[in-house]
Write a protein that binds this ligand. Sequence first.
Ligand SMILES: [Zn+2]
Ligand SMILES: [Zn+2]
Length: 252
Amino acid sequence: MVKHIARNVCGWVKRVCICFIDFLFPASCPLCSAPVSTDGELCGDCWTAFNWIGNPKCACCGYPFPANLDLGFNPLCPNCAAGGCELDMIRGACVYDDVSRAAMLPFKHAGRIKYARFMSRAMIWALSDANIIPDIVMPVPLAYRRLVHRGYNQAVLLARPIARVFGVKMDLVSVRRRYRPNMGHKTAAQRAENIRGVFTVVRPDKICGRRILLVDDVMTTGATFSELARVLRKAGASAVYGVVFCRVARAI
Ligand SMILES: [Zn+2]
Ligand SMILES: [Zn+2]
């Protein structure tokens, strides 16, 4: 009885505190500070500015096809149809364009970690039609030197809520990444060459026989995902999936 009363009082105090905090700091859109109902959510204007990926899209890599195409059930892009995708499935929440880049750059380089909430929610939404059951959620590892310089791995911030939704652990220890200078503005072939050999599986016991969902902020050519998938499969991973907040979608 005493326990029951104490629990009710605690709940009541908690609700009053939340109301007081909401009064002092009303929920606002992380991008433009307009008032919203839930903190961390985008306002309507910011939400509609993004180019969210719906259907039709490639059933394997999630490449967005033009909306007016009727490609039937589970269409595949030419690359996936030719067996060129290293992963079992990839999903992206939105297309990499001026709007997503304007959110991505401060999230990645200027400490705007509060963006992680709406980004990870959009990624969870993008995975909703994927029908996958991962055993592990793995943010794409950052080289130690980059981690020290930046102070955080943005992929970890995105992966944490995704792991929670699947009810699985986030793996931060099984793969290490060697430092390589920036890959910006290189061709797909140069990117693939540059990333080759940077990942090392240091805990194969945690990888063998597991279905792994890789998480990253942006996918450009897919070279990072492909290389990581290659080493994970070599270590015995039974399936490798990937999810990103935004992806480059060049015309094919
Ligand atoms: Zn807004
Ligand atoms: Zn595809």
